[in-house]
Design a protein around this ligand. Sequence first.
Ligand SMILES: [Zn+2]
Length: 669
Amino acid sequence: MKDIRVKTRRRLRFAQVIAILIVFFLGYRLVKIQLVEAEVYKRDALLQWTKAYDITSDRGLIYDRKGRKLAINTVAYTIWASPSDMEDPLLAAYMLRPILEIDEEELVKKMTSDSNVVRLKQWITSEDAEKIREFNIKGISIVDDSKRLYPFGNYAAYMLGFTDVDNNGVYGLERVYDRYLAGTPGIWVKATDAANRQLPYDGEKIYEPKPGLSLIISMDEIIQGFAEDAAQRALEANRAKSVSIIVMDPETGEIMAMANKPDYDPNNPREPLDPELAEQWKELDSVELQNQWFQMWRNYAINDLYEPGSTFKIVTAAAALEEQSATLNSHYFCNGFIRDIKGVVIRCSSWYDPHGDQDFETAFSNSCNPAFVGMARELGRDKLYEYIKAFGFGQVTGIDLPGEQKGLIPASVNSIKEVNLATLSYGHNIAVTPIQMITAMAALGNEGKLMTPMLAKSLVDETGKVVQQFKPQMKRQVVSKDTAQKILHMLEKTVLEGTGKKAYVPGYRVGGKTGTAQKSINGVYVDKKFIGSFGGIAPVDNPRIAVLVIVDEPSDIYYGGTVAGPFAAQVIEQTLNYLEVPKIYSENELQAIQEIVEAPDVIGMSVSEAGRTITEMGLKYTTEYEDFNLETTITDQYPSPGTAITKGSIIDLYLEKGEHNPALSEEIP
Ligand SMILES: [Zn+2]
């Protein structure tokens, strides 16, 4: 009995607990629905008979460092249809077709769809909007809208990027800073009945949009203009595939200009600027077309890799001096070749006329490959690898632009074999981006301090108040100030006497290095496809700018000094002039400026004969070909005979072509 009673009591207790739990649960639900979730239910109910419309916020503008407007908004008009209000879609489509330039059929389809509102066309002109307004078609509305406009057209297209039809940033700075530029859209909530007619209900509410912040960048529109101009000239003069020019402030890492050619106009990013190309694109299907667009929007300066060639020798030289595995008194002997690596013969670019014994500086300005191989061997692969990484290669620089590549360096020290150590020393078998190369060079113009390249300077609100400031960031001290200065001095010597002569600017102390590399596609060297480049710093005694010019696949002449040097010189001279850096002429320069001579006629002469004639007149000459001997005949010259030139000027000699001689390719089977 006792057991049963206990059992019953237990059951009762259990039922009680359950009942209490149920009461609590119901109470909780009630509280939750009435108090906690009331807003949610109310909103859902509201949404059944209200409509919310986005009110677009004003996108922030983009300014250059001097406050010039690079990206602005203009008023444009968007035409909307609300199908349920339309009385005669066929007639409306017939009337709108010529103005909107859209198929009648397509218009009718949109006007009879079951959406509440349909966008017929975005961004029409005010004249067109006015015409449509005069038609006064029921169910058609014209809404003020804003359209992104880039007043400088294709200038700095790769930096700025562009926005999509909804004003979202999709490329360039527009994308990276989209969340600041975009602002917060407002909402207009209004009550409507089932047919979308507005109800006389006071539930209508407007949440004001918040405008986006404006972006001020380090680019200077004037310097950008110099770079754009030089890039276009280099593209045409070399009949090249593409040209990239970057100008950087070595002290801060700020980008002052970045130009790529060919380019596109961000105001109309899906249409190539070349009318012939535009015609060809009409034949493409949508997949092919998209590929072409992505190709066109690639920012070569940060998205593409290239083999730097001799410009990379600054890394080897700086590392050797810093580690004291070499000094300026070190000597290197060049007999034209390096033959002690099994299966490989490396040759100097001057193999036909070996450099012989040279000290460190001379080897540098001669750009002698065997000397650099010697330098790298003394330094050792661990140290060379350490400096390649310290200068920022093999990792992204962190520039505030999308899609940056990190380049290709050996995966580890152990993967650097004897032959790799040799080729790395002169910049082969390594792939870098232009932005990595100029950042590394700029470190030498900044007392050895490597900076993070940057574009954004600050974000300001609509009243002009600075909301956020972006400070220059130093990554690391790569080499000492002393080493950096030694390299700068040698870079100047290279421009005055060595392979960088074409970038010489009288009055400014320019330092620089030329690079020429055979192009590799998917790791295989492509015959007769080259990339010529020039990297420079000026003035070397107080560096204000670092400049890099990359010429991809120039036709005919492919030596960096010729294809890129003169254009670097142009940008350097114009930029330093603009920055009001005074020109200081050396004695020799002053003398040369005062003495004008006529360029002699050396066409048809042999190299030795022409060389004598030219030097006797106080002029200099270059022959960019390496496969010639002193008896080779000159077929053309620049400047042409009779042209007035100053003493000390350089005459380019074009030679009778011999067998193609890939003097810079290191492997001879
Ligand atoms: Zn040599």
